[in-house]
Design a protein around this ligand. Structure first.
Ligand SMILES: C[S@@+](CC[C@H](N)C(=O)[O-])C[C@H]1O[C@@H](n2cnc3c(N)ncnc32)[C@H](O)[C@@H]1O
Length: 247
């Protein structure tokens, strides 16, 4: 058990964030808020056994997605239409599906057929397959097709978790798709296993591309007069934007 409270730590100041304190904080959040059922907990092992990368969101972020999805619908209901970019084995999609309105649907976009197959079997196992549609496509190709199919202001919630360097383009495409009052979420808003938002430029060009794009995405959303936005520094950062009712 992680003890965070009076008397522990020995830090220079109660407010200093040291690497050790950040590690303790993340462990504390997992311990207290990261509970999940055994099937969802095992999804990660099944995905790794299928050869998928271990890059899904953490359980506490999953719970945050579920809560925000449950708040994203009209009249205090869960979202009736949600969109995810980047499915992997379906871990985050299952959390989102659990927050949907009773008649709600999630469309999730995945470019890799092997990942999409794994997700489809996980959706059946979790009994949410009838509520989730996998679109097997590159996100930037799928977005205009979805705009045509569902129309403007049709989505209650959009969760971005595909190619980090493409987030500014996802924002452009997602803006008209979201209904006023709808929620935009972006994972890796502060970092990933390859980069962090305050890294020096020039160490790794690929990581630089992701970091610079994420910085641009965060700043564009934060200064967009049509949104209220904030970044929650949970795990690798989750940016949350709400499209204003009147803009
Ligand atoms: C970080 S993982 C998604 C994790 C998932 N949201 C979760 O937390 O369970 C990113 C996924 O995006 C997919 N991806 C990569 N490029 C993509 C693209 N251009 N369009 C759609 N999906 C893409 C990858 O194959 C991978 O499955």
């Amino acid at each position: 058990m992680i003890h965070i409270g009076p008397g522990g730590g020995g830090y220079a100041s109660r407010m200093d964030m040291t690497p050790q304190r950040w590690e303790n904080t993340c462990a504390y959040l997992q311990e207290v808020f990261g509970h999940q059922d055994a099937d969802l907990a095992d999804l990660r092992n099944r995905a790794i056994a299928r050869g998928l990368p271990d890059i899904a969101i953490s359980p506490d972020v999953g719970r945050l997605l579920m809560i925000l999805t449950a708040l994203a619908g009209r009249d205090g209901r869960g979202a009736t239409l949600a969109l995810e970019l980047g499915t992997l084995a379906g871990y985050s999609a299952i959390w989102i599906a659990r927050g949907l309105a009773p008649d709600g649907r999630l469309v999730t976009v995945e470019i890799d057929g092997h990942h999409a197959d794994a997700a489809q079997s996980e959706f059946q196992r979790a009994d949410v397959a009838d509520r989730i549609e996998i679109v097997r496509s590159a996100a930037l190709d799928a977005l205009p097709v979805l705009a045509e199919r569902f129309g403007p202001e049709s989505f209650d919630l959009v969760f971005l978790d595909a190619v980090k360097a493409e987030y500014p383009a996802y924002l452009e495409a997602a803006r008209p798709l979201l209904r006023p009052g709808g929620i935009l979420l972006a994972d890796n808003a502060l970092g990933s296993s390859e980069w962090w938002i305050d890294d020096e430029v020039g160490v790794d060009p690929e990581a630089d591309r992701s970091r610079v794009a994420m910085d641009r995405f965060n700043r564009e959303l934060a200064s967009d007069a049509g949104f209220e936005a904030v970044c929650v520094p949970i795990r690798q950062g989750l940016t949350i934007g709400r499209k204003k009712l009147l803009s």
